[in-house]
Design a protein around this ligand. Structure first.
Ligand SMILES: Cc1ncc(COP(=O)(O)O)c(C=O)c1O
Length: 392
């Protein structure tokens, strides 16, 4: 690594976070964090783990009870034919899961096809493993899905894997069962791995969430990535997991896991056990509340800034990815040539509204802006009122 890491960019989200700290009473629609709190089952389990002195080293890939519960969950909720609990390993959040996947899978120069737009750490983790991210557009006119012929045309001699992320951050696009079947066929025909990032598996408002590893014969070439962050409002606790059938790949990923974490924080793993053993009603409750916040936010945008931002409500995840009216011009003191950065700087400096420029997610995102509508209604209302004044 060393000097090489200078060529791996940080996400613009970091720059925005720093800009937001200079704003008084900000509306933090930039962060992909829910305003809910973790369910009591998680908190009780963590309290108990502390009281029982569960503060010692654990198995590298995860405490056995947690792995058993995850294998059950993957079989029953995701339909993935997990044979044994040792096919699962827990990680310090989804981002760390993606890190160990890339370290375990890629050789220098290996290409991985990623969606454009996409959550920036996907490209960052591929680059950090000396791989090459190859963007393939998700199209707004297709509900932020692929043109599958275009996806096929991106496969070349160096392609090692296709990374899919459904529901997608930032666009909220949800791939259909047919899409995933076709992508699975491409992987089989061309001898590729499929990396499936399912961070938003529980946030689907229309349609269904399909785990590609559940499709016929796909488990053996799919590495699936999940997190407790969004489903159980555990963003700061850092708990994710990866499941793969290949023992050789798992052995490699285990080394990357061991050398970066030794084991995931013990108390947090017991929190994960609490989450899975406890009632699951909060997942549906979160989704219903997120759907109503989505509808509230889109109605508010139409009302307060409909001449500036347009777009259809997403089928999944909790972001509004909105097209900026191309006629809009930033005031003279904002000198950036990127329209999405110009609008971001304008909304932060004049309106106290945090957001992320679409171009931070890929070239295809230029001209768009991402707002997180998982914030509480007071914050959403404040941001909408501020927009109404700005764009009056
Ligand atoms: C697409 C996607 N994958 C994975 C993650 C990882 O989340 P965490 O590291 O909090 O588990 C996120 C978080 O925002 C995400 O948007």
């Amino acid at each position: 690594m060393g000097v090489f890491l200078d060529s791996v960019p940080f996400s613009g989200i970091i720059r925005i976070r720093d800009m937001m700290y200079t704003v008084r009473d900000p509306f933090r629609l930039d962060q992909g964090d829910v305003s809910f709190d973790a369910p009591d089952s998680v908190k009780t389990a963590m309290h108990r783990a502390i009281d029982e002195n569960r503060s010692h080293y654990l198995q590298t890939t995860g405490v056995p009870r947690l792995l058993d519960l995850l294998a059950e969950k993957l079989r029953h909720r995701n339909g993935i034919p997990v044979d044994a609990a040792d096919e699962v390993m827990v990680t310090t959040g989804g981002i760390h899961g993606l890190y160990i996947i890339c370290q375990g899978l890629l050789e220098p120069g290996d290409e991985v096809i990623i969606p454009d737009p996409e959550w920036p750490p996907a490209a960052g983790n591929i680059l950090a493993a000396h791989g090459v991210p190859v963007p393939c557009a998700l199209h707004e006119r297709l509900g932020w899905r692929y043109d599958l012929a275009e996806l096929g045309s991106k496969i070349g001699r160096s392609t090692r894997a296709i990374y899919v992320n459904s529901p997608n951050n930032p666009s909220g696009g949800v791939l259909t069962r047919e899409d995933l079947q076709a992508i699975g066929d491409l992987c089989r025909e061309r001898g590729l791995w499929l990396i499936s990032d399912e961070a938003y598996e529980d946030v689907v408002f229309e349609g269904e969430h399909v785990s590609p590893a559940s499709l016929n014969g796909m488990y053996e070439r799919t590495i699936s990535l999940f997190t407790f962050s969004k489903s159980y409002a555990m963003t700061g606790l850092r708990l994710g997991y990866v499941v793969a059938e290949s023992p050789q790949l798992r052995e490699r990923m285990k080394k990357a896991l061991f050398y970066t974490a030794s084991n995931v924080a013990s108390v947090v793993q017991f929190g994960g056990i609490g989450a899975l053993e406890g009632p699951q009603g909060s997942i549906d409750a979160f989704r219903q509340e997120l759907r109503s916040r989505r509808d509230f936010f889109y109605a508010g945008i139409r009302d307060a800034a409909g001449h500036v931002f347009t777009g259809d409500p997403p089928k999944g995840a909790f972001y509004a990815f909105l097209r900026i009216n191309p006629e809009w011009r930033a005031p003279a003191e904002i000198t950036t040539t990127s329209q999405s950065w110009g609008m971001t700087e304008f909304l932060i400096s004049r309106g106290r509204i945090g957001c992320v420029p679409g171009v931070d997610f890929g070239q295809n995102g230029e001209g768009y802006l991402r707002f997180c509508f998982a914030r509480d209604r007071r914050e959403l209302t404040g941001a909408l009122e501020s927009m109404r004044t700005l764009f009056a």
